[in-house]
Write a protein that binds this ligand. Structure first.
Ligand code: BG6
Ligand code: MG
Length: 213
């Protein structure tokens, strides 16, 4: 086996909360009169909530916002987002993902989540995977978000595996950079599959099975 552990990004890899992020930011941006589209949304993949808002504000033309205003707006976005999350069920994880996760586990690999999201545990609960992973590193245990490698380094540490023995699976360019700068190989799916920096290109989640042995 080439790896001892696999660290999965959550939003856009295990499930499609990335679209719910888009819908929630879109509602807030429309309310604030800011232009926002799916292309701008792609720049928000992997980075923290406040960093995402700063990118959205690049097109803001209203009165200057204080830090407290920004916190209030990001909390408002999160409330819209959480309402969408509460509608999620285990059916929001594809059978391709579920079957592959079990197959990887059966090969003896340790499996972790490495996500910038502070909603990670809520999402995992909604989709019925709250007790599945061997370790969870998320937005609540990091001080720097992707492209900094901290979230993946912590995941490797929680698994008790050296970073160079871990493979990261990502849909975000910021996450690909984070994995590589943390000395980990990276499989890219979705947006990240377009990156020339990835170690493996996945057209579907189960393609992972071809690369890990
Ligand atoms: C990442 C998403 O997983 O989590 C980002 O790709 C998001 O788009 C980040 O900004 C933070 O999420 P949350 O749930 O803490 O607002
Ligand atoms: Mg992602």
């Amino acid at each position: 086996m080439k790896y001892e552990g696999i660290i999965f990004d959550l939003d856009g890899v295990i499930c499609h909360t990335d679209y719910y992020h888009y819908l929630a930011w879109k509602e807030l941006a429309d309310k604030m009169g800011i232009y926002f589209d799916e292309e701008i949304n792609n720049r928000l993949r992997g980075i923290s909530r406040m960093e995402s808002f700063e990118i959205i504000l690049e097109r803001y033309q209203g009165e200057a916002l204080s830090y407290e205003d920004k916190v209030k707006y990001t909390e408002e976005k999160n409330e819209i987002y959480k309402k969408l999350l509460y509608k999620m069920t285990p059916n929001d994880v594809s059978s391709d993902v579920v079957e592959t996760l079990h197959a990887l586990r059966n090969l003896g690999l340790k499996l972790a989540i490495g996500s910038s999201s502070k909603n990670t545990k809520l999402i995992l609960k909604q989709i019925g995977l709250e007790n599945f992973f061997d370790a969870i590193s998320d937005g609540n245990n990091i001080t720097k978000s992707k492209p900094d490698p901290e979230v993946f380094q912590k995941a490797a540490e929680y698994l008790g595996i050296l970073p160079e023995h871990c493979l990261v699976v990502e849909d975000a360019v910021s996450g690909v950079e984070a994995a590589l700068s943390g000395n980990m190989d990276c499989a890219g799916i979705g947006e990240a599959a377009k990156s020339s920096r990835i170690t493996y290109r996945l057209s579907k989640f189960s393609d992972l099975m071809d690369f890990i042995q």
